[in-house]
Design a protein around this ligand. Structure first.
Ligand code: PLP
Length: 362
């Protein structure tokens, strides 16, 4: 069966040479390799400071702390995401205030964000679901109007763009995940891209017990809660090898995504995602809205193609549903949501087969 997601690792001879080098270098903890990965990732993004971490969830947690979110505060978020986005909000003791999605994209709706803002709102988390960039322009306007920081969860959106600039450039905090099935994997890992230099420096302390690595242990004085969230040289070495060919890899997702956009547009019984102006998806998943989803999934599976909604809407988790909310757009979007294979392992022939099957109906 053609899978929906697949881990990409560089050729064995390339990766193993670098891995062996670092493994037997005598320094496998956070060191120079991590430093190089961070500086190279900054160049890839184009602005801001890269705080490398051991997961995207750690990046979300630190972003919330740096945004000043504390116990009892509220964070506006989307239920149309993977659970870590919202579990992280609970990690700082805050409450999740849902905002409905735009039906076209499944991404958080700017109007719904504005309606959900109240005195307790301390941050807004927006998710580029499946790789589709959020409505950056309108969300920025709201953030400026109410002076509330935005954390962009771009775990699905490495290489997606708005106005020609990659995700990571648009908001004060952007989260990337490098876990097993993301565009770029370091096995596990993540980064928080931070625009403000002082907050970046504070982030470095938070990721390491509150300790300053530039000063000896004996001279250190912990002043706030920190964690053990750093990336190590081994994961960073994998990341550096992955970065060398990331543009080629991303281009494969993009080519397949664009091809499916073109050939599935207007097909009866389904709707493709309509992107916001001046934005390009990273096509981590290829999202469709289909009538009779169960039948669609069965038809695809019987013909050798995986299809699934993958994610469970987060407001259906009791622990996350702090403020049960009426979200008619999400109801409609989620009832039709399905993803089909898109990525470096999918060929144009696979796409032609999928399009032919879908056009025959289900
Ligand atoms: C939307 C989203 N946010 C955050 C994360 C968390 O990333 P990680 O698994 O690296 O902690 C994931 C990954 O599963 C995700 O899909």
């Amino acid at each position: 069966m053609l899978p929906l997601i697949k881990t990409y690792l560089p050729p064995k001879n390339v990766l193993m040479t670098k891995l062996e080098e670092v493994l037997y270098s005598g320094y496998i903890a956070q060191g120079e390799v991590v430093e190089k990965f961070e500086r190279d990732f900054e160049k890839f993004i184009g602005s801001g400071h890269t705080l490398s971490l051991n997961s995207g969830t750690a990046a979300l947690h630190i972003a919330l702390i740096l945004a000043g979110v504390k116990y009892g505060d509220e964070v506006i978020s989307s239920a149309m995401t993977a659970e870590p986005t919202n579990v992280a909000i609970k990690m700082v003791g805050a409450k999740i205030r849902w905002a409905d999605v735009d039906y076209e994209t499944g991404n958080i709706s700017p109007i719904a964000i504005e309606n959900a803002i109240n005195k307790k709102t301390k941050a807004i988390i927006v998710v580029d679901y499946a790789g589709t960039p959020v409505d950056v322009k309108r969300i920025k306007e709201i953030s400026d109007k109410y002076n509330i920081p935005v954390i962009e969860d771009a775990a699905h959106a490495l290489g997606a763009t708005y106005n020609g600039k990659k995700t990571g450039n648009h908001f004060p905090f952007t989260v990337f995940s490098f876990q097993a099935i993301k565009h770029l994997t370091t096995i596990d890992g993540g980064v928080l891209q931070i625009q403000n230099k002082n907050l970046y420096e504070k982030g470095k302390l938070i990721r390491w017990f509150g300790l300053d690595k530039n000063v000896s242990r004996l001279e250190n004085n912990i002043q706030f809660q920190g964690y053990k969230y750093h990336m190590n040289n081994v994961n960073a070495a994998i990341g550096l090898v992955q970065l060398e060919t990331i543009h080629e890899l991303l281009a494969k997702y993009y080519t397949i995504g664009k091809y499916l956009d073109l050939h599935l547009a207007g097909v009866s019984g389904l709707e493709t995602v309509i992107h916001y102006p001046n934005s390009e998806s990273s096509y981590w998943l290829y999202t469709l809205k289909v009538e009779r989803r169960d039948k669609f999934v069965k038809m695809m599976n019987e013909n050798g193609f995986m299809a699934s909604e993958i994610h469970k809407r987060n407001d259906s988790h009791t622990y996350l549903n702090d403020f049960p909310s009426n979200m008619p757009n999400l109801d409609k979007f989620y009832s039709k949501l399905v993803h089909i294979p898109c990525g470096w392992w999918v060929t144009i022939e696979d796409c032609d087969k999928m399009v032919e099957l879908i056009k025959k109906g289900w």
